[in-house]
Design a protein around this ligand. Structure first.
Ligand code: FES
Length: 316
């Protein structure tokens, strides 16, 4: 897996308010980066040691850099926080090549709805459309305040600035942007939505009468790697007989790595299958999106899943 990683250097870092950072990444050897399409994301090994996925915000025509935005999650395990607080220009990061689960399909018209950091893939889509001379799109971008709005300047000065509605609600539910006038009557537009869970649920509810294939969502957190009620448990490693305690705030993968085990992984978010491990005994709380129901008795994805009881035994 290590061979898949690309080494990049942070060539520019901007803080946006206390919780957001915009990072420009370039290859350390000055070569070109792998191509990407609008809506793509990359995996980044954060300074804290976990993998996280970040959408690319720049134009897919650019081959010399990737631009990402990160929000420091104050209640998570510190991975995104380490990206905002513990990085600086000149630091080297390891990334995985771009993948796209949020493809921009060809259409005559688009409606983009973004909340907070969710603007990132949508900005890349806007760059792509503008480069193609496609102007029939509208962007509705909602944040709490100007202070923590990533890419506000870029959007206001872009060629397509006239297509953008920037709305700040001050964190007051009474001042949320009213999306209903845009969704009440289905049109030929393809709707792309990326943002907080509540916004995506609202758009899902309001667009239920639209043709399904015209509505597209990007969810930044397909898997809840950590949950508030996580607790400590033990893992018995069959081959060595070692019994290892997994703390409540770490995954099995992180714990074993700290103990020096050389383990295969990639996404570290339960979506790629790289860390699939044979389960020999015990009940598991499966949190991945990889295993079929049939496989769940025999395997565990150790990057996200945990013991449901006190102990599990795995084939390591
Ligand atoms: S590393 Fe991808 S599923 Fe575990």
């Amino acid at each position: 897996m290590e061979s898949e990683f690309i080494k990049v250097v942070i060539t520019d870092k901007r803080l946006v308010g206390p919780d957001h950072g915009i990072l420009e990444l370039k290859p350390v050897d000055g070569s070109e980066l792998p191509t990407f399409s609008a809506g793509s994301h990359i995996g980044v090994r954060t300074p804290e040691g976990s993998m996280r996925q970040y959408s690319l915000a720049n134009s897919p025509l650019e081959r010399d850099r990737y631009l990402i935005a990160v929000r420091a999650d104050r209640v998570g395990r510190g991975a995104s926080r380490s990206m905002v607080e513990k990085t600086q220009a000149g630091d080297i990061l390891k990334i995985l090549p771009p993948e796209n689960n949020f493809e921009l399909v060809p259409a005559n018209e688009y409606l983009f709805i973004a909340g907070g950091i969710g603007i990132t893939p949508i900005l890349s889509m806007c760059h792509k459309l503008a480069a193609d001379g496609h102007q029939n799109f509208r962007v509705i971008y909602c944040t709490q305040s100007r202070e923590n709005t990533v890419f506000a300047d870029e959007l206001e000065t872009a060629d397509f600035a006239a297509n953008v509605i920037l709305h700040h609600d001050g964190g007051d539910p009474a001042h949320l942007y009213d999306l209903w006038p845009h969704l009440e009557q289905p049109t030929a537009a393809h709707v792309y939505c990326c943002g907080p869970k509540m916004m995506m649920e609202d758009v899902r509810d309001m667009s239920g009468h639209w043709p399904e294939q015209q509505i597209h969502f990007e969810d930044f957190k397909p898997v809840e790697v950590s949950q508030a009620d996580d607790r400590e448990f033990t893992v018995l490693l069959k081959k060595s007989g070692a019994r290892i305690t997994v703390p409540k705030n770490q995954t099995i993968l992180e714990t074993l790595r700290e103990r020096g085990y050389d383990l295969r992984s990639s996404c570290e978010s339960g979506t790629c299958g790289a860390c699939k491990t044979v389960l020999l005994d015990g009940d598991v709380e499966h949190r991945d999106l990889v295993l079929s129901d049939k496989e769940r008795d025999r395997f565990i994805m150790i990057c996200v899943s945990r013991a449901a009881d006190e102990e599990i035994t795995i084939d390591l």
